[in-house]
Design a protein around this ligand. Structure first.
Ligand code: IDP
Ligand code: MG
Length: 152
C-alpha cells in the first residue's frame, strides 16, 4: 500500500452557494491528509490546461467560462487509493446519476453545475496540481491520527 495524491477543486458554484465547509469536511472526515489548499480565481490559461482533454466538446467553452467565473478552492489530498475514495465521495458527473450520499447527488441539480472537480487518475492528479501549486506549496507533515486511519 502506498500513499498517493489526489487533486480536488471546489468549483465557483459551490463557493457561491456556501458549501465550502461542508465539502471540505466530507474529505477531511475520511482521514485523508490535506497537503495543500488555495483560494483563487483560475485564469483562462490555467482553465485551458486543466480541461485540455475536453477541448472540442460541445460543453468546452461553457466549462471554461464556469471554472473562471469566480473563486474556487484548489486542494491536494493524500491517502491510500485517494482517487477512488475522492471520486466515490464526489459522485457521478451528472448529479441525476450520482449515488445518494455523494456531494453531487446531495447538493447539485445539473451536470454543468456539479460543484466539485476531482482528478480521475494519479497521473492526471499530478498534472492538475502542477497547474495550481508550486512544489513548495504542497506540504509534507506527520498527521497524528495516521496509525488510527491505516493499519500498519
Ligand atoms: P468529472 O468532473 O466527473 O471528471 P468530466 O467528464 O471529466 O467529469 O467532465 C468535466 C466537467 O465538465 C464536468 O464535471 C462538468 O462540469 C462538465 N461537463 C461534462 N459534461 C458536460 C455536459 O454534458 N454539459 C455541461 N457540462 C459538462
Ligand atoms: Mg474529469
Amino acid at each position: 500500500m502506498s500513499y498517493d495524491l489526489e487533486f480536488v477543486m471546489i468549483k465557483p458554484d459551490a463557493v457561491q452557494r456556501g458549501l465550502v465547509g461542508e465539502i471540505v469536511q466530507r474529505f477531511e472526515k475520511t482521514g485523508m491528509k490535506l497537503l495543500a489548499m488555495k483560494f483563487l480565481i483560475p485564469s483562462i490559461e490555467q482553465a485551458k490546461k486543466h480541461y485540455a482533454v475536453h477541448e472540442g466538446r460541445p460543453f468546452y467553452e461553457g466549462l471554461l467560462k464556469y471554472i473562471t467565473s469566480g473563486p474556487v478552492v484548489a486542494m491536494v489530498w493524500e491517502g491510500i487509493n485517494p482517487v477512488q475514495h475522492v471520486r466515490n465521495i464526489v459522485g457521478a458527473t451528472n448529479p441525476l446519476e450520482a449515488d445518494p450520499g455523494t456531494i453531487r447527488r446531495d447538493f447539485a441539480m445539473t451536470i454543468g453545475r456539479n460543484l466539485v472537480h476531482a482528478a480521475d487518475s494519479l497521473e492526471n492528479a499530478k498534472y492538475e496540481m502542477s497547474i495550481y501549486f508550486s512544489d513548495e506549496e504542497i506540504f509534507s507533515y506527520k498527521k497524528i491520527d495516521e496509525e488510527w486511519v491505516y493499519e500498519e
